[in-house]
Design a protein around this ligand. Structure first.
Ligand code: ZN
Length: 734
């Protein structure tokens, strides 16, 4: 009994302790569960009701986006010229640009209760959860957006939980339209397209605003599995999903009626890879330039300038600049004149008007820059022949070449006029002088001058070397000449050691040379009253919504580089190059327009230049070989021919226009014998342009007085120790 009772006791105490343990464990579990749930709910509540976790505005401003270069057509209408993008092709569009039926297609197919739920569709979520815990199904549009924005895709409870919290939070801070807009701009739709805009372009060759119901359903059907439902690759799969799922859902949800449904199902979608696809001409042009692998030289130049500016003005590394340019969603408003750029490319890419070099291994090259008088680069090209790569060598902006005589207006004539040293009709001896032990320089024709007195105008029009050499050396001074070249005309490639010498400054035998870009900008000063404008190739560069302006050239007012009178006089002098019977540029005048110009040739005929301008545009053209080689088998000046061909085409149909003229510039008769203003007894006269502040005296004798530099004075030359002899063979002669 005792034992029994003991047993019973034991049994009962055992069962009591067993119960206790079970109850304790259960209690512990419950407590833990309550605590965990408490924490979870507390966390959830704090996230859901807390501060904004994902800022859609911030995202919109900073997401990786395609940059777009815009240009203006002849009517001033803006259009897309080129897109710059990395691997993601992404362009943001606002919801009002997205057709309603495209929005509806996504809602019906992906998240029918989107307009009603608060971020999570619990009914659908639980139903799907029971069936397949971690399936992607059951996610609302808001949840999908969170996933796209956070880029967290691993299939864990924690990730899913966070996604739900973030989705609920998002709905507290943004309305349905904002969420839908962000969603339609971020989802991946195959073929490298993010967002509906680029997808519509890639699949249908259409803008998103133009797509019909069937196409909308086609786009919406891609998102579930972008490769499987890619309509270009798997058209049947896409068709099945868009008809049986998407359009059916739209019908069931009441977005469309039976008639629209039937019409959409019957509609044959024309894809960009369909046989009967007829590309919209304008769209195709945009596509040709927009997605072409080979950019125009103008785009090359824009990208180069963007790198320069971001790295210099924003202290970016090259890598950061690359990120900004290709992924920054920049809007770049190009200053290009598309028609002139097209003319230039037609002539250059097809080598039109180029000397015939068929059969030759190494063909001559050329570069051109055309600007207006506000600093705007309207066209640029740095290569002749087919363009085969992007951002290769751009000779127009990156290859300084010896300018020959085209330097004289910048380094000799304009500075001397500005300094009051000479006028249009000042007489100089056309005669070489003793320099470093020999008679220097030779003229283009090979002679050392006739010894006759010639006016400044005559010397410039004929491109004599003797006269500017005398002016620079005796009257202006080399330092001053160099100063004007580099500080007034902003030539950046001059060398302060090697180029402060008579041969570089008077005849253009520079150490390195000048680019067509800087040459055009410098000559523009003569056509706009003496103002220098730094060249620019975009008016403005902003971020995607325009809220940040990175660069703005619309307020480029320029700098008064020389007086308006000097500019006018230079402009008139340079016009005689194309109008006077002895001018070197008479064959290249732009038909119907005043044309100022200057030719340039370097010794051994390595480089041929033609720089000229009309009241509309100024252009600098270089022609030669990449590695110095004599330009042969050409008649006339190949650069002059290119100038005339391109500028004549560019000026077709333009209204009359004249160069500006300052009230301080005046036209006067002068005596050709003395170079003084014509007096009563002067028998031989001509007209020239003068500054009213620097008028010559009136001729009273017709005998004139010799100019001080007319004396052959070798005595003061010894201080110049430049090794001109070693340069002897390189001296430019035109
Ligand atoms: Zn006289």
């Amino acid at each position: 009994m005792k034992g029994n009772s003991n047993n019973v006791k034991k049994k009962s105490s055992l069962s009591i302790s067993k119960k206790t343990v079970i109850i304790s464990v259960l209690a512990f579990c419950m407590l833990t569960a309550i605590i965990v749930c408490g924490y979870v709910f507390a966390y959830m509540s704090s996230v859901v009701n807390g501060d904004m976790v994902i800022d859609l505005n911030d995202y919109k401003a900073n997401q990786s986006q395609t940059s777009i270069i815009y240009a203006y057509d002849e009517d001033g209408q803006i259009y897309e010229m080129q897109r710059l993008h990395g691997t993601e092709n992404r362009i943001y569009v606002s919801l009002d640009e997205i057709p309603k039926h495209l929005q509806d297609a996504f809602i019906a197919l992906e998240d029918a209760r989107f307009p009603k739920h608060k971020g999570v569709d619990w009914i659908r979520f639980i139903a799907v959860f029971v069936k397949d815990q971690l399936s992607t199904g059951g996610s609302t549009i808001t949840q999908q957006l969170v996933k796209n924005l956070t880029d967290e895709r691993d299939a864990t409870f924690v990730r899913k939980f966070k996604e739900i919290c973030y989705a609920l939070n998002l709905e507290k801070h943004f309305d349905k339209d904002e969420i839908l807009e962000a969603y339609l701009n971020t989802l991946y739709l195959g073929e490298g397209c993010y967002g509906v805009k680029t997808a519509c372009e890639v699949y249908f060759g259409k803008d998103v605003t133009q797509i019909n119901l069937a196409e909308a359903a086609c786009i919406a059907s891609i998102t579930k599995a972008p490769y499987k439902y890619d309509p270009l690759i798997n058209p049947e799969d896409n068709e099945e999903r868009r008809e049986e799922k998407c359009l059916t859902a739209m019908l069931e949800e009441g977005y469309i009626d039976q008639a629209l449904y039937d019409e959409a199902v019957a509609h044959e979608i024309i894809f960009t890879n369909s046989e009967n696809y007829v590309p919209d001409k304008k769209k195709e042009e945009e596509k040709a330039t927009g997605t072409s692998d080979i950019w125009s030289f103008y785009t090359d130049y824009i990208v180069d300038c963007l790198y320069d500016q971001f790295m210099n003005e924003y202290d970016m590394t090259e890598r950061q600049a690359t990120q900004k340019i290709y992924y920054g969603g920049l809007k770049i408003y190009a200053a290009v004149d598309p028609e002139i750029q097209e003319i230039v490319e037609d002539v250059y890419y097809n080598r039109k008007t180029f000397p015939n070099e068929s059969g030759k291994d190494v063909k001559a090259q050329s570069a051109i820059t055309i600007m207006d008088y506000s600093g705007r680069v309207v066209a640029i090209c740095g290569e002749a022949g087919e363009k085969t790569r992007n951002r290769g060598l751009n000779r127009a902006s990156d290859s300084p070449r010896q300018p020959g005589s085209s330097i004289k207006p910048l380094s000799v004539y304009a500075p001397a006029v500005e300094e009051g040293i000479l006028t249009w009709s000042t007489l100089y001896l056309d005669k070489a002088f003793a320099y470093q032990g020999k008679q220097w320089p030779k003229n283009y024709t090979g002679d050392k001058g006739t010894g006759a007195s010639v006016t400044v105008q005559n010397a410039l029009a004929r491109s004599l070397n003797t006269v500017p050499a005398r002016i620079a050396y005796y009257d202006l001074g080399l330092k001053k000449s160099y100063q004007y070249l580099t500080e007034r005309f902003m030539i950046s490639t001059a060398n302060p050691q090697a180029d402060v010498a008579p041969a570089p400054l008077a005849t253009g035998a520079m150490n390195v040379g000048i680019t067509t870009l800087e040459m055009a900008a410098a000559y523009a000063v003569f056509g706009n009253g003496g103002v220098y404008h730094e060249p620019f190739c975009y008016y403005k560069v902003t971020n995607s919504d325009g809220s940040t302006v990175y660069f703005d050239n619309t307020t480029n007012n320029g700098v008064q580089s020389i007086s308006a009178e000097t500019a006018d006089i230079m402009c008139e002098l340079l016009q005689t190059v194309t109008t006077s019977s002895v001018g070197t540029g008479t064959r290249y005048k732009v038909s119907g327009f005043q044309t100022m110009a200057k030719t340039g040739t370097t010794s051994d005929d390595y480089d041929r230049w033609f720089v000229g301008g009309t009241p509309y545009y100024v252009a600098a053209v270089w022609y030669g070989y990449d590695l110095n080689k004599t330009v042969s088998n050409v008649s006339g000046n190949p650069s002059g021919k290119l100038f005339a061909e391109i500028m004549n085409r560019a000026h077709k149909g333009l209204p009359d226009k004249s160069f500006p003229k300052s009230s301080l510039t005046t036209e006067k008769k002068y005596c050709t014998k003395t170079g003084l203003l014509a007096g009563e007894n002067c028998s031989s006269t001509a007209t020239g342009w003068y500054s009213v502040k620097n008028l010559p005296k009136t001729c009273t004798s017709c005998k004139g007085t010799p100019h001080k530099s007319d004396k052959d004075d070798g005595g003061i030359l010894e201080e110049i120790t430049n090794v001109i002899d070693s340069l002897g063979g390189l001296l430019p002669i035109n």
